[in-house]
Design a protein. Structure first.
Length: 483
């Protein structure tokens, strides 16, 4: 893998994919191919095949998967086995078919048999029964490892598989329904601290021993393997030390600053008594973990507070933790939008642009955004300011002010950014953003679309989006005001 390699990080928005992307950028790899699930559903073999055909990645980090904690795995076994099989089959097969030089696949320590000698050596795979809740996920992961080994045997394909222990770090999933034990404990201790709750309940007896690897260490190890390892055998990736759940809870409680009691709920299952990976193979390749558990949890807690903080509130003073609102960060002024579009462009993403007053959102708008999103990688919406709507449409408009209109637009999955403009037309905005695709409803013609000449002269295209019949803001307002 060299600086010019075309590197596909599958699942780059996830915990692991995000860390691998950061590590690659820090190491000077710029030619990254990144697609989120809305752009490229990797469980669809045809979509994966087309992507590989068009983009010819030379190196693939396969970090896209359906992942979750005990609760999620217990309640959705069919999704865990099927989606993981689909994703890995599509990607491994397309990578081989389109000549990728190397692919790294990620298993998980839970694929080893349930009761097994510790620390777990790589040759223990398939030597005993699997843990019941994990078995569906584990079987899919084992199938991925075997597929890679089979491709090496039959086609000489350079696929390698690594088996990480439990991971944690910035970007972790803190949703209590689906998260792993470490982020769940961080969240529960934090919430208990800010609400002044006297106790935190920890599931199970607290006795099981678990190993945790910081995701930035994992990413560093993945780059090390991509550069230095090309063999059939799977490789464990861990930190070499484990800790009981009771000790972990007490460490997190101290870092968070929780002063109440820790109580065990022994009605909840413990899972396997111990799960520590033997890391001799990785050590022999010259790699070891560098981030201590205390440092790593501190950084993760900091990230959690920052990401869940409401603007204007100091860190850690909230009484109620919410997920990050979907609108956060999407609404920007022009300079913010230009920074974002420059970063997207650097990632090789195509930028779309649509504009309008969007007084009252209706299905016609949703359809236009959907068609626009299908024609680009990131969609920017230019929104007429209140003054410009009044000027264009008359004193009774807009129905909703620009803040409300921007918030609604930013909550839409197909919209990636919203910028308000004060002029009557978005021409200046279009010239600044230089979109690859300019989108307007098909009631306009190519000639009447503001900015069409500029976009086309710069190699872009104009998309006249199909209209949905029966929806119009003017008619809706007429209906509302007709008595
Ligand atoms: P995350 O859930 O954080 O990330 C998974 C990523 O995969 C997400 O970005 C998700 O996209 C993407 N994805 C899921 N389905 C599809 C799809 N059909 N098409 C395209 N993208 C898809 O998981 P992690 O980063 O934690 O895990 C990554 C890998 O690391 C997995 O293989 C996992 O087994 C392994 N691993 C993880 C451990 C952990 O503790 N987290 C431990 C050991 C191994 P979207 O955001 O849109 O859902």
């Amino acid at each position: 893998m060299d600086r010019d390699s075309r590197i596909f990080v599958a699942g780059h928005r996830g915990l692991v994919g995000g860390a691998i992307t950061r590590a690659l950028r820090n190491a000077g790899y710029e030619n990254l191919l990144l697609r989120d699930r809305a752009e490229l559903d990797l469980s669809n073999p045809e979509a994966a095949n087309t992507f590989f055909h068009e983009n010819q990645p030379s190196h693939v980090f396969l970090a896209a998967a359906k992942v979750g904690g005990v609760h999620a795995k217990r309640s959705k076994p069919a999704e865990f086995i099927e989606e993981n099989l689909r994703i890995q089959n599509s990607v491994i097969s397309a990578a081989h078919r389109h000549g990728a030089e190397k692919l790294l696949f990620l298993g998980s320590s839970c694929i080893y048999p349930n009761f097994i000698e510790q620390p777990i050596e790589e040759h223990s795979l398939l030597t005993g029964p699997l843990e019941e809740t994990n078995q569906w996920y584990a079987i899919a992961k084992i199938a991925g490892i075997k597929m890679i080994q089979a491709y090496r045997k039959q086609y000489g394909f350079s696929g390698i598989s690594a088996i990480p222990s439990n991971l944690y770090g910035p970007g972790d999933n803190f949703d209590l329904e689906t998260s792993g034990v470490l982020p769940a404990l961080i969240r529960r201790f934090h919430e208990a601290k800010v609400t002044g709750a006297p106790e935190v309940v920890v599931w199970g007896s607290g006795k099981p021993m678990r190993e945790f690897l910081h995701v930035d260490d994992l990413a560093d190890a993945c780059l090390h393997l991509m550069r230095n390892y090309d063999e059939d055998d799977i490789i464990n990736l861990g930190c070499g030390e484990d800790i009981s759940i009771t000790e972990l809870a007490s460490l997190i409680g101290n870092i968070v600053g929780f002063e109440g009691r820790i109580v065990n709920d022994t009605s909840m299952p413990d899972g396997p008594p111990r799960r520590l990976l033997d890391i001799d193979r990785m050590a022999a390749l010259g790699w070891c973990a560098k981030i201590t558990l205390t440092e790593g949890i501190k950084a993760t807690y900091q990230w959690y507070i920052e990401t869940n903080r409401t603007e204007g509130e100091p860190n850690g003073t909230r009484t109620h933790i919410e997920k990050v609102p979907p609108t956060r960060g999407k609404i920007s002024d022009l300079s913010g939008i230009l920074n974002r579009t420059a970063a997207w462009r650097a990632d090789g993403l195509r930028i779309g642009f649509a504009n309008g007053c969007f007084d009252i959102l209706h299905p016609g708008h949703i359809s236009l955004f959907h068609q626009a999103q299908a024609a680009c990688d990131r969609l920017v919406v230019g929104l007429n300011s209140d003054i410009s709507v009044k000027h264009l449409k008359g004193p009774g408009r807009p129905v909703n002010d620009e803040k409300s209109r921007a918030t609604l637009l930013a909550a839409l999955g197909d919209v990636d950014a919203v910028v308000v403009f004060v002029e009557d037309t978005p021409l200046e905005l279009i010239e600044a953003i230089r979109p690859d695709v300019l989108v307007k409803g098909a009631d306009y013609s190519g000639k009447t679309v503001v900015g069409a000449d500029f976009v086309q002269a710069n190699g872009g295209t104009v998309l006249l989006a199909r209209l949905e019949e029966g929806h119009s803001t003017t008619n809706t307002i007429k209906r509302l005001t007709s008595g």
